[in-house]
Ligand binder design. Structure first.
Ligand code: SF4
Ligand code: SF4
Length: 352
């Protein structure tokens, strides 16, 4: 909490202190303060779409953000700026989209590494064009995100996907990483719903047999604006039906449980920097609608202006009043034990 407050104070100073005051601060002190307090986890959607249509994700919904692909040239300019403004940060090459759709994914990893920044990828792994190139590029981590071991179960959460293709790609990826002697950390992340708990151990065994780490966690609904719509009763019927029948974590109870923590500052407001595939900064990584939440082009907007717009965005008051900033980061908050309890109850098992 103290660190969140310190970052908040630092960023308020960046946004509001007059230029003549900032110029008095020596360069080395600025660099130290940036790496300590201005370090934002940077998330860049290098493509604008996904190959699947998961019912729990806005990329799978009817009203999607415009698609597209970031060029290597734009990415390089962005990474130059990120490396100087947020030294030492990790760059996630995804936020709401599927990064392996980009045919030059390996070069994105190389550029990030060349700027002494770490890169991470999260993928549904229904597509894997060139595992050798990806393994040779050595991203710090790859997360394979899935929700079943057999096709009838997998396809409920990952609509349009093929789990046999995913499993085949896991084997290809494992071989390529071995061949390259890569140190990339691969984790298979199993999203637990009410309907798929009996397949967790099958996937755990399969992932372990390939030398991958494995983790299972309760699926939850995002982004923030859709959670808000759900709580307010304005979510379309078919989406509401999915939320109520599939999630073990009861979303209304989860939001209500944030009540004692709603006064806390938002950790995301000072810790994430999310960009779409056009290089436009978004309010944060937990909101999706780029028409509503675009802040400005990273390359054409001074950092002070970006920080100021994020820190004073009118949407944040309502988000925090409803506790959605706590809900969005529940994995890293003390509310986690309460959410685990709600989800275990919702799953009908006490062991989860
Ligand atoms: S695979 Fe991931 S990004 Fe694609 S629709 Fe599903 S949850 Fe969204
Ligand atoms: S208050 Fe909500 S919308 Fe604003 S940055 Fe935090 S999580 Fe995002």
């Amino acid at each position: 909490m103290a660190r969140v407050m310190a970052k908040r104070v630092f960023q308020m100073l960046v946004a509001h202190a007059p230029g003549r005051v900032k110029r008095l601060v020596p360069g080395r002190v600025k660099h130290w303060m940036k790496s300590r307090y201005a370090r934002r986890n940077v998330l860049i959607d290098i493509v604008g779409s996904c190959n699947l249509e998961c019912p729990s994700c806005p990329s799978g919904a009817a009203e999607r953000n415009p698609g597209g692909m970031m060029s290597l040239e734009t990415f390089e300019r962005i990474i130059d700026r990120v490396a100087s403004e947020y030294p030492g940060t990790t760059v996630d090459l995804f936020n709401w989209t599927e990064p392996l759709l980009h045919p030059q994914i390996a070069q994105f990893v190389q550029i990030t590494r060349a700027h002494r920044l770490r890169s991470s990828i999260s993928t549904n792994l229904n597509i894997l064009r060139d595992p050798d190139a990806l393994a040779a590029a050595q991203p710090e981590s790859i997360t394979v995100s899935l929700s079943g071991f057999t096709q009838p179960v997998y396809v409920i959460g990952h609509k349009g996907g093929d789990v046999e293709r995913v499993k085949g790609n896991m084997v290809r990826l494992s071989h390529s990483l071995l061949k390259a002697g890569s140190r990339t950390r691969v984790e298979v992340y199993f999203h637990k719903y009410r309907h798929n708990l009996h397949e967790v151990s099958l996937m755990r065994e399969y992932a372990s047999s390939l030398g991958f780490l494995f983790k299972a966690g309760w699926a939850y609904y995002m982004p923030i604006e859709r959670v808000k719509s759900y709580v307010e009763g304005t979510l379309p019927g078919h989406e509401r039906e999915f939320v109520e029948s599939r999630f073990a974590l009861n979303i209304k109870r989860a939001v209500e449980a944030t009540e004692p923590f709603r006064h806390e500052p938002c950790a995301l407001i000072s810790s994430s920097l999310a960009l779409d595939c056009r290089g436009t900064v978004q309010l944060c990584c937990a909101v999706y609608n780029s028409k509503k939440f675009s802040i400005g082009s990273l390359l054409d907007t001074p950092t002070e202006t970006i920080e100021k717009k994020i820190l004073t965005h009118p949407y944040c008051d309502g988000c925090m009043r409803n506790g959605l900033h706590i809900y969005a980061l529940w994995h890293e908050h003390e509310i986690r034990s309460e959410y685990e309890r709600i989800a275990r109850e919702g799953s009908g098992t006490q062991s989860g």
